[in-house]
Design a protein around this ligand. Structure first.
Ligand code: SF4
Length: 61
C-alpha cells in the first residue's frame, strides 16, 4: 500500500487523530510516515474516507 497527501490538505488533523502512527502535521500540512503503513492499512483507509477534503490517496500495490 502507498499513501500520499494531495496539496489541498488543510491541516485539520483528522487523519492524525485516526492514525497517529502514520500521519503527522508538519508546517500545517499532513505528512505520511511510510514505515508504519504495514499492518495499519485499515486505519489508512479510514483516514482517507474521513479526510474532509479528500486529500489522502491510498493506492494498493
Ligand atoms: S484529514 Fe485531510 S485535510 Fe485533514 S490533515 Fe489529514 S490530509 Fe489534511
Amino acid at each position: 500500500m502507498h499513501v500520499k497527501i494531495l496539496n489541498n490538505c488543510i491541516g485539520c488533523s483528522a487523519c492524525v487523530q485516526i492514525n497517529p502512527e502514520i500521519f503527522e502535521i508538519f508546517n500545517n500540512y499532513a505528512v505520511v510516515n511510510d514505515f508504519y503503513i504495514e499492518n495499519n492499512e485499515e486505519l489508512c483507509i479510514d483516514a482517507s474516507l474521513e479526510c474532509p477534503v479528500g486529500a489522502i490517496i491510498v493506492e494498493m500495490n
